[in-house]
Design a protein around this ligand. Structure first.
Ligand SMILES: Cc1ncc(COP(=O)(O)O)c(C=O)c1O
Length: 360
């Protein structure tokens, strides 16, 4: 037998592995809540379970590869042509398709850092080079520096709004100013995974921005507000050449029929969705207010999570939360991202935060 292993692409070397949020402890352990993956704590919206159960009876068949019914629903919902829509296995799947469609070795991809941890991974897989632009001291995208980082090699720029993991946003005027500086042959991806949680009226809806700008693509997902994280369905809204390229790079039959039907049922349960998102926003504001009362400096979050800069104490804090019954997401040496979840779960986190504050 030969000693050599199959030749793999050199670009794969050193790729950071995606760290999923740690699951809550086993049933026989202490009560544990998962506040580590920005998931929705609510069960599926009314009607969704029934739809999913019905769709499950035919999973011996391939799904509708073109996601026709879902695209028709989204087309009406967002008032965009169906040809401007493309779906994928979660919005991270769509983001990967965008990289495949635009970037390869020698090309550059710009994004803020720290931001969504999939960006460096999927960029490296594409063979392109990451250009990471540090957030401002206030943990916000530094759009001037990002515009300044554009070169002839730039192919794609991610703007994560709100930003994961800080929850901070970029507002209309600064985003428009930035977009005016981006050459028209560079794709700007507005990643709006947490769009539904935004209450700041100065934050633009990417769908409105895309209408006037052919080099802007908006990413949305059913994983967060809609509570379908486990079914893997996200989508992009973009002008024709980009949307067509997304269809070319899609994994055939990537979005299951269960996911497609559940997404449609969730869109039709929008009143309930708005109610739930409203409750989570109230909880978020309570959590943020309590942390500030405790003396923490917390960046203003418009998402379903909060960011605590803990530096060297990050790991100890995450461990203390876990012991108390809530699993959070540590970024070692930097801080923790904590999802706004059930009230009891948020209270566990707040109690740990209070204890740590007193020790400072
Ligand atoms: C900013 C951002 N974009 C995209 C995603 C991907 O979500 P999904 O692939 O489940 O749609 C996430 C998930 O955490 C995220 O935080």
């Amino acid at each position: 037998m030969s000693e050599t292993s199959p030749k793999l692409r050199a670009e794969l070397e050193g790729i950071p592995t995606y760290k999923p949020g740690k699951p809550a402890a086993a049933a026989d352990g202490p009560v544990a809540y998962k506040l580590s993956s920005n998931e929705n704590p609510y069960p599926p919206l009314p009607g969704v379970m029934e739809t999913v159960t019905a769709a499950a009876s035919s999973f011996n068949r391939y799904p509708d590869m073109a996601c026709t019914a879902l695209l028709a629903e989204l087309s009406e919902r967002f008032a965009v042509p169906a040809s401007h829509l493309a779906t994928g296995t979660g919005s991270v799947g769509v983001a990967q398709q965008l990289l495949q469609a635009t970037s390869g070795p020698g090309d550059e991809v710009i994004y803020a850092w720290r931001s969504f941890e999939a960006y460096p991974i999927i960029t490296q897989i594409s063979g392109a080079t990451s250009v990471q632009v540090p957030l401002t001291p206030g943990d916000v995208h530094d759009l001037d520096a990002m515009a300044g980082a554009i070169t002839d090699r730039t192919r794609l720029i991610f703007v994560c709004n709100p930003n994961n993991p800080t929850g901070t946003v970029v507002r209309r005027a600064e985003l428009e100013r930035f977009l005016d500086r981006v050459p028209s042959d560079v794709l700007v991806v507005l990643d709006e995974a947490y769009r539904e949680f935004i209450r700041d009226t100065e934050v633009p809806d990417g769908v409105e921005i895309y209408r006037e700008r052919p080099n802007v693509c908006v990413l949305r997902t059913f994983s967060k507000a809609y509570g379908l994280a486990g079914l893997r369905v996200g989508f992009a809204i973009a002008h024709e050449p980009v949307a067509a390229a997304l269809r070319k790079t899609a994994v055939p039959f990537g979005v299951s029929q269960i996911a497609q039907d559940a997404a449609i049922a969730s869109l039709r349960a929008e009143d309930e969705l708005i109610g739930r998102v409203g409750s989570l926003v109230c909880e978020r504001n309570r959590v943020m207010g309590t942390l500030r009362d405790q003396g923490w400096t917390v960046p203003e979050t418009q998402a379903n999570f909060v960011w605590l800069r803990l530096g060297e104490r990050t790991a100890a804090f995450a461990q203390a939360c876990e012991q108390a019954g809530a699993v959070v997401r540590p970024f070692p040496g930097e801080g923790v991202r904590v999802t706004v979840g059930e009230t009891e779960a948020n209270d566990i986190f707040l109690k740990v935060a209070e204890g740590f504050r007193k020790e400072l």
